[in-house]
Design a protein around this ligand. Structure first.
Ligand code: F6R
Ligand code: ZN
Length: 183
């Protein structure tokens, strides 16, 4: 059995997996390369904890995890996750936010984008064939839980090559969604 710190975004128990992404790991994720270069490479951007009770390719199994995105910006752009399609494209996912405010960016395979506001208690169903990225637009950590299929896998390459359809930038203090100028 695992124990969750629901609002703190932590999982305790045996076999919990953890990763963190710092500025140095996120080259080419943010548009403003000069701003990225000027930052401390050890700055934490986000961390993930998750449980894999079944094998990664187990059809019918489920994974459970939590992501904490720190508040911050690279140039005009807010801290965010890398974003991905699932390698098995038809696999869906649930996200639910418990702390902070942000935006869930969604994009289908024809690059048509949409977004949903994330606030404590918001529940988001991410259908299959839909890339997903979360942006922290607030002053505090954005914490959200996720449940996804064990055999979903992650395709980061497509987003790395082609980018998302939209970016979220700070415009006079408020978040604004703008079409991407660069893949
Ligand atoms: C799993 C999932 C989340 C993300 C996490 C970090 O399918 O969508 O657990 O993996 O929020 O984001 P990425 O994986 O895009 O770096
Ligand atoms: Zn996912």
């Amino acid at each position: 059995m695992m124990e969750l710190d629901w609002l703190g975004g932590k999982i305790a128990g045996e076999g919990v997996l953890r990763l963190s992404k710092k500025i140095r790991d996120l080259e080419d994720v943010f548009e403003d390369h000069a701003a990225w270069t000027s930052m401390d490479p050890e700055t934490l951007v986000y961390s993930v904890e998750w449980t894999q009770p079944t094998a990664q390719d187990n059809e019918g199994g489920l994974f459970w995890g939590v992501t904490v995105i720190e508040p911050g910006r690279v140039g005009e752009e807010f801290f965010m996750t890398r974003g991905h399609f699932h390698a098995k494209r038809d696999r869906g996912e649930y996200y639910t936010a418990v702390q902070g405010t942000g935006m869930l960016l969604l994009m289908d395979e024809s690059r048509s984008g949409r977004w949903e506001q994330m606030t404590p208690g918001s529940l988001h169903y991410i259908p299959g064939h839909t890339a997903h990225r979360v942006v922290n637009t607030g002053q505090d950590p954005l914490i959200f839980w996720a449940c996804w299929a064990s055999d979903a896998g992650h395709d980061y390459g497509t987003i790395q090559r082609e980018g998302f359809s939209h970016r979220v930038i700070a415009s006079e203090g408020s978040p604004r969604l703008v079409p991407s100028t660069q893949p």
